[in-house]
Design a protein. Structure first.
Length: 190
């Protein structure tokens, strides 16, 4: 299989199902941002962090590929003539969302309660996690914009929302684990 096909040289790309759309189409922006997020999560996973976090991040990366595949599928061609779904992969389930919630609950038990926003940073690993969180929020914004015109799997949207929360809590937990300084944002008075 060649990496270059030359079919996108005129600014279009194919969706799963064969339809071609401009490379700047919101659907392409959506799954492209999921891919970007997945890459940053890989960067977080490559840091010196607990194996448990790495294992969860690998599961998240797999779910992000699922969401990317959902977003890359032409909704008008998602179902074959025989009624079967064209995309024959596991969907995002409510259990996947519950895993993120459970992980956040466990991490929060060790953390001081939030009283202020925190400034991203304090350690390179924590910063990578915050970057992933911001990209996740962008992916969620794009996916919800796409959803207004072409409805997508609701669990995929919920998963992205919960994932950004998870990445925030993970950043706070890594701050604690790595003995970094968590700096609260306290607005200056005029």
């Amino acid at each position: 299989m060649k990496i270059y096909t030359k079919t996108g040289d005129k600014g279009t790309t194919a969706l799963f199902g064969g339809s071609r759309v401009p490379k700047h189409h919101i659907r392409i922006e959506s799954y492209g941002t999921i891919d970007e997020l997945n890459s940053y999560i890989g960067l977080v996973r490559d840091q010196k962090i607990r194996q448990h976090y790495k294992d969860i991040l690998i599961k998240i990366q797999h779910k992000l590929f699922t969401i990317g595949a959902i977003l890359a599928t032409d909704p008008e061609k998602a179902v074959l003539k025989n009624g079967k779904e064209r995309l024959n992969i596991e969907k995002i389930a409510s259990e996947d969302i519950e895993v993120l919630e459970h992980e956040m609950d466990c991490m929060n038990e060790a953390l001081e309660p939030m009283t202020h926003f925190v400034l991203p940073g304090g350690h390179q690993t924590v910063s990578f996690c915050h970057i992933a969180r911001c990209i996740c929020r962008r992916a969620e914004r794009l996916a919800t914009a796409l959803n207004e015109n072409e409805p997508i799997n609701s669990n995929a949207l919920i998963y992205l929302n919960r994932l950004s929360d998870y990445l925030f809590v993970l950043a706070r937990k890594l701050t604690l684990d790595l003995q970094a300084n968590e700096i609260k944002w306290i607005p200056e008075k005029k």
